[in-house]
Design a binder for this molecule. Structure first.
Ligand code: ZN
Length: 579
């Protein structure tokens, strides 16, 4: 085939049609990192590299602000935020009370999505945990799908000492114990909207060595009279069903024995968060539960922070094990869904590289807890997370039905950040806002709504003092004397009606926090995004392979071109507002 590198198309364009299209969005699939890891041969031959080798690859310039809800909606509508009305993960809806924050994940989308466009043209669409598709109304769901779910409990670290262990009445699961078998009981509590159940998780300490000393080297987990085997990394699952809305729902968690010393003075167990699958129709939930198990939930950033700060907590290796398990779950659940349901278009979302970089993009010496060993451990986590994403791509690519084109992209990249900026606290300190119940008060003249590196400031009352505020923001410096804002501008007539009076973007080392307190706090969630798309670290990438896909590596493409590209591959009209 001579179609290929000799004829570089100037834009992202197919050369034919596919009977089915799968779009996978890896949140924060940073273009720079993809290219660096590819150059370092960190990927398999069957995932990203296969797609690049056999299909289309380009860098993608996301829309501004480079924030998850904004970029996903622009990706699937082909329209800019000023058209979609999804202006930030946090912004403010005109006319709403000062105290009300509009979420980009739930506000109405002011443009047709590729899901709506495909369905109106008779195509069948599946949507797996894709942002904005929360199944709250017909516009926000496919013909079938899984809804993105958050855990119903947080993960926790349980520390035990010898006094937490009591003598057991028998050897229990300890086959032969040369010291008296001991047992510690940890409750596992599942409570959801008034429903719930609990389990007593017994951690047994056994002694497998006949060395004449009272010490312990072996641990067993038992619930009631059921032994729960530990995997080679000492993880174990706990699950339970509860009745909800006439359905029996499977909930579960993965926990890990982190540490066991012979004298049982420093035993540490990580109890994982509890999650479930939430699909429609119910039959899909059952199929995913059966094939992939309960949703393992996201890797635990809070427990990882404890490790970075103190060396206790969830170590990076365990965090990566969580990432790997979630990636494997996504592959297995996607394959189960493809077997259970038919589709012409399938949208799939994965969060693993986003979560891993949020917590572990620890690259700058002035970030909190930035020691050489922490930076080295962090770099491994990021690399492993991208490798897990690559394995997921390879697994799904190998399982897609014949005639399927697969597109893999991200919503934005990620940059290392150093400080949280509490801008509403500064507005209060400057006499422009007031506090009430620990948050921005209803009588504030100005309010700041944002997250990551973008914020919109709205003037609710009083004379127009925006020129003075622009001047303050432009002169604002952080604790290290560097400028906080990269750009502060007034809204124009081209902006969406919900846009702030002022639109501001921080330099990537600063991020906006809407809570009150110290104006500047060092971040322990290191990787951030949301700022201007001028930063190459905030760019992402697109890969495509399969029927109708060109073998081409075009110049960087705008994110708003993706919706039309998907439509062209499927041979349907693009969404109505698509560029
Ligand atoms: Zn994102």
């Amino acid at each position: 085939m001579l179609l290929g590198c000799a004829t570089m198309p100037p834009r992202l364009a197919p050369v034919g049609h596919a009977s089915k299209v799968i779009l996978i969005s890896f949140d924060a699939l940073t273009g720079d990192t993809v290219e660096r890891l590819s150059a370092e041969h960190a990927f398999s031959n069957d995932g990203f590299e296969k797609m690049r080798r056999e299909g289309t690859f380009a860098r993608v310039v996301p829309v501004t602000p480079t924030q998850t809800s904004v970029t996903h909606v622009s990706m699937i509508t082909g329209a800019l935020p000023r058209v979609t009305g999804i202006l930030g993960n946090n912004f403010h809806h005109q006319g709403a009370p000062v105290t009300q924050v509009a979420s980009g994940f739930s506000m109405p989308i002011g443009a047709e999505t590729i899901v709506e466009a495909a369905r109106r043209q008779g195509k069948r669409v599946g949507v797996l945990a894709f942002p904005s598709f929360d199944a709250t109304n017909d516009r926000r769901q496919g013909d079938w799908g899984l809804v993105y779910t958050r855990p119903v409990t947080k993960g926790s670290l349980v520390h035990l000492t010898r006094k937490d262990f009591v003598a057991a009445p028998d050897a229990g699961p300890c086959r032969a114990s040369f010291s008296p078998p001991l047992r510690a009981r940890i409750p596992w509590v599942l409570a959801v909207r008034g429903q719930g159940t609990s389990r007593d998780v017994d951690l047994w300490a056994c002694d497998s060595t006949d060395d004449g000393t009272v010490n312990y080297d072996d641990t067993r987990v038992r619930i009631g009279d059921e032994d729960i085997p530990l995997d080679p990394q000492h993880w174990f699952p706990i699950s339970a069903r509860i009745e909800e809305g006439g359905e029996s729902r499977l909930y579960g968690s993965w926990s890990k024995l982190l540490r066991l010393d012979p004298r049982l003075e420093r035993v540490a167990v990580y109890f994982g968060s509890i999650s479930r699958n939430d699909g429609y129709p119910a039959e899909l939930t059952r199929a995913v539960d059966a094939a992939a198990g309960f949703n393992p939930g996201p890797p635990d950033l809070d427990a990882a922070k404890v490790w970075l700060a103190t060396g206790d907590g969830l170590d990076p290796e365990s965090f990566v094990e969580q990432v790997d398990r979630l990636a494997a779950f996504h592959s297995a659940s996607t394959i189960a869904a493809m077997k259970t349901e038919t589709f012409d278009l399938l949208l799939l979302y994965e969060s693993i590289v986003d979560e891993s970089q949020h917590q572990f993009l620890l690259t700058a010496p002035d970030q909190e807890y930035s020691t050489p060993s922490n930076r080295a451990a962090a770099a491994h986590v990021v690399r492993d997370a991208f490798a897990a994403a690559d394995r997921g791509v390879a697994t799904i690519l190998a399982a897609v039905p014949p005639g399927t084109a697969m597109i893999v992209t991200g919503d934005h990249g990620m940059a290392p950040a150093v400080y949280d900026v509490r801008l509403n606290q500064l507005l209060i300190d400057w006499g422009l806002a007031q506090a009430s119940k620990g948050a921005l008060g209803p009588d504030s003249r100005w309010g700041a709504y944002g997250s990551g590196e973008n914020v919109q400031l709205y003037r609710f009352a009083g004379t127009d003092d925006s020129a003075a505020l622009i001047d303050r923001l432009q002169r604002l410096q952080g604790p290290d004397g560097t400028a906080v804002f990269e750009r502060v501008e007034r809204r124009t007539s081209a902006d969406h009606p919900d846009a702030g009076d002022l639109l501001a973007y921080t330099h990537t080392r600063y991020v906006i926090n809407m809570t009150l307190g110290d104006p500047f706090v060092k971040l322990v969630t290191y990787g951030q995004h949301g700022g201007l798309n001028l930063h190459h670290e905030l760019h992402t990438a697109v890969f495509a392979v399969g029927p109708g896909v060109a073998h081409a590596h075009p110049a960087p493409v705008q994110q708003t071109k993706l919706a039309r590209y998907i439509a062209e591959l499927l041979g349907i009209e693009a969404p109505r507002n698509a560029e």
